[in-house]
Design a protein around this ligand. Structure first.
Ligand code: ATP
Length: 322
């Protein structure tokens, strides 16, 4: 893990309002020289921060930044969270410390330097531009139930966002969030078995809020953000709190009742329901019509009138090429 220096944090708090701050003013407030300010700014930029410097006016962030704050989250009813500025990967951090977390405990970060997706793919997570979090969950039912749980995570997040006013949110099997056909959030569930048969899960979420424009070409597929989908700035702490509360509640419901209460909810959010799709299974590709999920969370694919369930972490779903 890499921490921001105290100076860098102070500088960020000053710039967070999105207004211009002159070199003179920053220098006075932080008791550092002009040269030191420019040095600190240089070190912050590679984290994905859009910082402008304009001669005669000073420095400003391209957009205001609401930093994550455990006190504000607690005021929204969320406990047991850790806010970290810069980290390689929140999932990596939690996975390497399994055994030290309580049920539902969360690690949040402003920025990941090595965020990851499925099968070693990279997840781009610039400073302050997302909700980046990992949540620990111990599942007594063991690994066999983990597939269902991963679908529940997508449902929880999508429903929380819909309740927040973002109505055009949908899910791509198994659990990616989409907005107007573009990727909005990724979910990565990693797990380890315990000797007693239970399963320890780290549920990672990266949700785009307001992303700096210069990272656009680092993402190899069409993507979107809540700022692009909505018509108002996102209240980051409030939204994060709602996502965590909904996630914890849905995971509890899943433990008590399994996937049954979620199947119809998932199918309602399914962006490919009744659409022609391709399934990528390693080297193999099959095509058919997507028919939602079954009670185990398997994707149902219809081919020539027969419906077959497909399940497993190695399967990727794609729209049919036109
Ligand atoms: P699959 O259907 O197999 O899950 P996927 O492309 O959605 O395929 P993931 O592992 O879920 O793969 O996510 C990683 C991919 O997401 C990256 O390869 C990249 O294309 C995309 N990506 C990376 N960062 C972002 C981001 N911040 N926002 C949207 N998409 C991103």
């Amino acid at each position: 893990m890499r921490h921001l220096t105290v100076r860098q944090q102070q500088l960020l708090y000053l710039l967070a309002d999105g207004e211009f701050h002159s070199g003179e003013q920053i220098g006075q407030q932080l008791a550092i020289s002009r040269a030191a300010i420019s040095q600190q700014i240089k070190q912050l930029k590679p984290l994905g921060l859009d910082i402008y410097s304009v001669t005669g006016r000073g420095y400003r962030l391209a957009q205001p930044l609401e930093l994550l704050d455990a006190t504000q989250l607690a005021a929204c009813g969320v406990d047991n969270v850790h806010c970290i500025a810069v980290i390689d990967s929140t999932n990596q951090y939690m996975m390497s410390r399994l055994g030290s977390w309580q049920q539902g405990e969360c690690v949040l970060a402003e920025c990941q330097t090595a965020g990851r997706g499925r099968r070693g793919r990279a997840w781009v997570s610039p400073f302050g531009g997302q909700v980046i979090m990992s949540l620990y969950w111990r599942l007594e039912q063991g690994m066999a139930a983990a597939m269902g749980l991963s679908l529940v995570v997508g449902i929880a997040l999508a429903e929380a966002l819909q309740q927040h006013g973002y109505e055009e949110i949908g899910l791509k099997w198994p659990n990616d969030l989409y907005g107007r056909g573009q990727k909005l959030a990724g979910i990565l569930v990693e797990m380890a078995a315990t000797a007693g048969g239970a399963c320890q899960l780290v549920i990672g979420v990266g949700l785009n809020l307001a992303m700096p424009i210069q990272i656009a070409d680092q993402i190899g597929q069409p993507w979107t953000s809540l700022t692009a989908l909505g018509d108002r700035p996102v209240q980051r702490n409030r939204l994060t709190a709602e996502l965590i509360l909904r996630l914890r509640a849905c995971l509890q419901q899943f433990e008590a009742s399994g996937l049954a209460p979620f199947v119809e909810r998932w199918n309602r959010l399914d962006i490919y329901r009744d659409q022609p799709v391709r399934l990528l299974l390693g080297e193999r590709e099959i095509t058919g019509i997507a028919r939602g999920i079954d009670a185990q969370g398997a994707l149902l694919l219809e081919q020539e009138g027969d419906v077959t369930p497909y399940i497993g972490g190695e399967i990727s779903l794609r729209p049919m090429l036109t």
